[in-house]
Design a protein around this ligand. Structure first.
Ligand SMILES: [Zn+2]
Length: 304
């Protein structure tokens, strides 16, 4: 049996998965705030509960909001800062007395959708998270792609390509990003980035879902904000297609719920992809918010 753990900033979700991808047990507990040792203990308790409900010992995979640095073996790039600098995988292996597989949460999302979701059967899948932040993961022939820096697929802190000047303003240099640069893709394509752009253009503050709803009901300012978002997403994804040429791009995160993206972005990305035609498919996620925890379980093969 496989157990997947999704370690988030506010909650730890656990799932036990059968060999054929069925959910056997699931639970969710709050993440102990800012306390590394308590976080380890909470993960261990979730595994114990899943095993007791399922009646079997589990192979454990864990998705985290960050990654293990291949050079140091310690966590980096985590927005749950209490994890940074710890060897979470080794600490959990000691606590759980078994090997543990650990991956970035965007890689888990991509792996879940590639295994038995929107990218099932495709050789190459790019999972693009459009949420509070913008991240991504690459899966090739069923395996998440790793590298010497453990950042494969992290397109969110590349600059927004082919910057434009819109009637209300220039995309250059672009908004300041927490990474220290300006004009990162994340500053335009995250949910907060979308809301910020709408506020800058209209002087009106609104949540992303309210801007989408207003655009659908005919508000022209909101429709123009969504239009800019679609144009930027097409440009951003075109750079990923030029490098990785995935069969399927799956969107995740809150902005993946915007239905118009799936028609309009593929209609436009051909303007920037270096090809006479683009056969890449853009798809909505099948497993929704469960993809992270499912992908963590899929870090182990079905027979584990
Ligand atoms: Zn950045």
């Amino acid at each position: 049996m496989r157990a997947g753990i999704d370690l988030g900033g506010t909650k730890i979700e656990g799932l036990a998965l059968s060999a054929d991808g069925r959910e056997i047990a699931r639970l969710r507990v709050p993440t102990p705030s800012g306390d590394y040792d308590a976080t380890l203990a909470a993960i261990s308790a979730v595994v114990a509960q899943l095993e007791s409900r399922a009646g079997a010992r589990a192979a454990v995979g864990i998705g985290i909001p960050g990654t293990i640095s291949p050079a140091s073996g310690l966590i980096k790039n985590a927005n749950s800062v209490c994890l940074i600098g710890h060897a979470l995988d080794k600490d959990l292996e000691r606590l759980l007395d078994r090997p543990v597989r650990l991956a970035n949460d965007a890689d888990c999302f991509a792996l879940s959708e590639a295994s038995d979701g929107a990218g099932a059967g495709a050789r190459s899948v790019f999972g693009a998270i459009l949420g509070t932040g913008v991240g991504g993961g690459l899966v090739y022939e069923g395996q998440p792609i790793g590298g010497p820096n453990a950042i494969a697929g992290e397109w969110g802190h590349n600059p927004l390509p082919w910057p434009r000047i819109w009637p209300h303003g220039d995309e250059r240099p672009g908004p300041a990003c927490y990474c220290g640069r300006h004009g990162c893709i994340e500053t335009f394509l995250s949910g907060p980035g979308f809301a910020r752009d709408h506020a800058a253009a209209t002087g009106r503050t609104a949540a992303p879902e309210d801007i989408i709803a207003a655009a659908a009901s005919g508000d022209s300012d909101s429709a123009r904000s969504l239009e800019r978002y679609i144009d930027r997403l097409a440009r951003g994804l075109a750079t990923v297609i030029n490098i990785f040429d995935p069969e399927v791009v799956v969107l995740g995160g809150g902005m993946s719920k915007v239905a118009r993206l799936y028609d309009e972005v593929p209609r436009r990305w051909g303007a920037w992809v270096f090809s006479d035609r683009v056969d890449t498919k853009l798809r909505a996620p099948v497993h929704g918010d469960s993809s992270g925890v499912r992908g963590a379980a899929w870090l182990w093969p079905p027979e584990a």
